[in-house]
Design a binder for this molecule. Structure first.
Ligand code: SF4
Length: 68
């Protein structure tokens, strides 16, 4: 199963919770969170992204099924 990881740049407040929780997947550049990996493959990577999404204060981290 694959999922897509994105950040809603308009919603992001840039506080960096995502990067603090998982620097392998997230960075903050110019005050906005960015993802370092867009396609998540495997349960562990998907769960790690969901954990961050649940902690993002503005719900800007999005984990959605990959459309084929
Ligand atoms: S935790 Fe959410 S609001 Fe904060 S930088 Fe990351 S995506 Fe943006």
């Amino acid at each position: 199963m694959k999922m897509l990881l994105t950040i809603d740049r308009d919603a992001c407040a840039g506080a960096g919770t995502c990067m603090a929780m998982n620097p392998a997947l997230f960075q903050v550049e110019d005050g906005t969170g960015v993802v370092l990996q867009t396609v998540l493959d495997g349960e562990e990577a998907i769960q790690a992204a969901i954990d961050v999404a649940e902690c993002c204060p503005t719900e800007a981290v999005l984990v959605a099924p990959e459309e084929s």
